[in-house]
Design a protein around this ligand. Structure first.
Ligand code: FES
Length: 102
């Protein structure tokens, strides 16, 4: 069964199979998701779920704290849609660049 997943930060929607994790389904559109490991290790696919039902696998505590998990912040590659959903990728702050003085 497929559900429509709206990716809020890209203003785009895609039908995703409920047996596939969100990263696997959404990465068919390459501009929709960041490049990542798809197995819970890298943390790049951190999302906020604004709406919808889902099932999830165990989260990697390096990337998702218990508090975050209970506020619907999860890894997309460990999450399976069970209804239409609205999600948003949480962009990691770019690593800071320090310019050395001359
Ligand atoms: S893609 Fe690496 S943790 Fe999800």
């Amino acid at each position: 069964m497929k559900h429509n997943i709206f990716v809020k930060n890209k203003e785009k929607e895609r039908a995703c199979n409920e047996d596939k994790n969100l990263m696997d389904s959404l990465s068919v559109c390459q501009d929709l998701v960041p490049n990542g490991c798809h197995n819970g290790a890298c943390g790049i696919c951190k999302i906020t779920i604004h709406n919808g039902e889902y099932e999830k696998l165990k989260m990697n505590r390096k990337h998702i704290s218990e508090d975050e998990e209970s506020s619907n912040i999860v890894l997309a590659c460990r999450t399976f849609p069970k209804s239409d959903m609205e999600i948003e990728f949480i962009e990691k702050p770019k690593s800071k660049h320090y310019t050395l003085g001359h």
